[in-house]
Design a protein around this ligand. Structure first.
Ligand SMILES: [Fe+2]
Length: 165
């Protein structure tokens, strides 16, 4: 059966979109633009949910044979940090207004706990390229399933993700 999507290309495209959105979010927060910041957060939530989901349900455990249990645990803990940061950003922006101090706090949080993850996850392409054709087919199916269900990040973390943070 022919592969419907190229899973590595999709994986990388997500990371590029997240990079652009995070840089734009930092910029919007710096301008104290709550409306635009919220729009970007919603977009990140929508994109991040299915991405984290297929990674945790399929790709990350599949690559444990390369990087071992300890690094798998590290990757999951990196997702924990992103989830906590997303909740904090939503909490502040949900007030409908933002102070300079809050904007600086959120920018610091994004730079410390969010932005490093897509950078590192993009590096995992090096190992994903070593997966077999059959394994990549399973990753492709997992991406399609997660996208078609389309559960946003914060909701997925609350309702579906086995690991609670
Ligand atoms: Fe990723």
């Amino acid at each position: 059966m022919a592969m419907r999507i190229d899973p590595i290309a999709e994986f990388r495209k997500d990371h590029s979109m997240v990079r652009d959105l995070l840089l734009e979010l930092i910029n919007a927060l710096d301008r104290l633009d709550v409306q635009r910041s919220l729009e970007i957060l919603i977009e990140l939530d929508r994109l991040g949910g299915p991405h984290f989901r297929f990674e945790e349900e399929t790709l990350y455990p599949m690559m444990e044979k390369f990087y071992g249990r300890e690094y798998l645990e590290y990757l999951l803990s990196a997702h924990d940090k992103v989830i906590r940061a997303a909740r904090r950003i939503a909490e502040v922006l949900g007030k409908g207004e933002i102070t300079r101090e809050e904007a600086d706090e959120l920018i610091g949080l994004i730079r410390r706990d969010v932005l490093p993850h897509p950078i590192e996850c993009e590096g995992l392409v090096l190992l994903a390229e070593k997966l077999s054709k059959e394994e990549l087919e399973r990753v492709a199916e997992s991406i399609e399933k997660a996208r078609s269900e389309g559960v946003p990040l914060i909701e997925w973390a609350e309702r579906i993700r086995a690991r609670k943070v």
